[in-house]
Design a protein around this ligand. Structure first.
Ligand code: 523
Length: 136
C-alpha cells in the first residue's frame, strides 16, 4: 500500500477556546467544521506545513505547540495528524481567506455545538482535555 500522505490540522487554542473553521469547499465537505490545516508537501516538516497553512487559510502567525498523539484516517491515502498551536504575539486575528466561510472560537461547553467533519470528531475528542486545561 502507498505511504500515507499527512494532512496536518491545528487545534488553535487561545484564552481557553478552540478555533473551529467551517469549510466552503469542496461541495461534499462544505458546511462542516474542521481543525484548519492542509496537506504536507513533499520534503516539508509537518509543523512547517501547519504554520504555512494557517498563514494561507487564516492570515495568522501561529506556532505549533505539541502533537496530539495518534492519527486519524481520511480518504486514502491521507491521514490526519493534529498539533495544538497558539497565535504568535502580534498576529492578526484569524479570518477566513480560503476554503472556509466562517470561524468560531469554541469554549469547552460549546465544543460540540458545530457539526464537525466526521473524520475530525475523534481528533476533537482528544483535544478536548487540553482545551479544558488551557482555560484554567
Ligand atoms: N481534511 C479533513 N479534516 C481536516 C483537514 C485540515 C483536512 O478531513 N481537519 C481533509 C479535507 C481534504 C483533505 O483532508 O479532503 C486535504 O485537506 P485540504 O483540502 O484542507 O488541504 P490543502 O489545503 O492542502 O488542499 P489544496 O486545496 O489541494 O491545497
Amino acid at each position: 500500500m502507498a505511504d500515507p500522505i499527512v494532512v496536518v490540522g491545528a487545534a488553535l487554542l487561545d484564552g481557553g477556546r478552540l478555533l473551529a473553521a467551517r469549510r466552503s469547499a469542496p461541495a461534499d465537505l462544505a458546511g462542516r467544521w474542521e481543525l484548519p490545516g492542509g496537506k504536507v508537501e513533499p520534503g516539508e516538516r509537518p509543523e512547517d506545513a501547519l504554520v504555512r497553512e494557517l498563514r494561507e487559510e487564516l492570515g495568522i502567525d501561529a506556532d505549533p505547540v505539541e502533537r496530539v498523539p495518534g492519527q486519524w484516517p481520511l480518504r486514502a491515502p491521507y491521514v490526519l495528524r493534529v498539533w495544538t498551536a497558539r497565535l504568535r504575539p502580534g498576529s492578526p486575528a484569524p479570518r477566513p481567506l480560503q476554503d472556509h466561510d466562517e470561524l468560531r472560537w469554541l469554549t469547552p461547553a460549546e465544543l460540540w455545538d458545530v457539526p464537525w467533519l466526521d473524520q475530525d470528531v475523534p481528533a476533537v475528542r482528544d483535544v478536548a482535555p487540553r482545551l479544558t486545561a488551557a482555560g484554567r
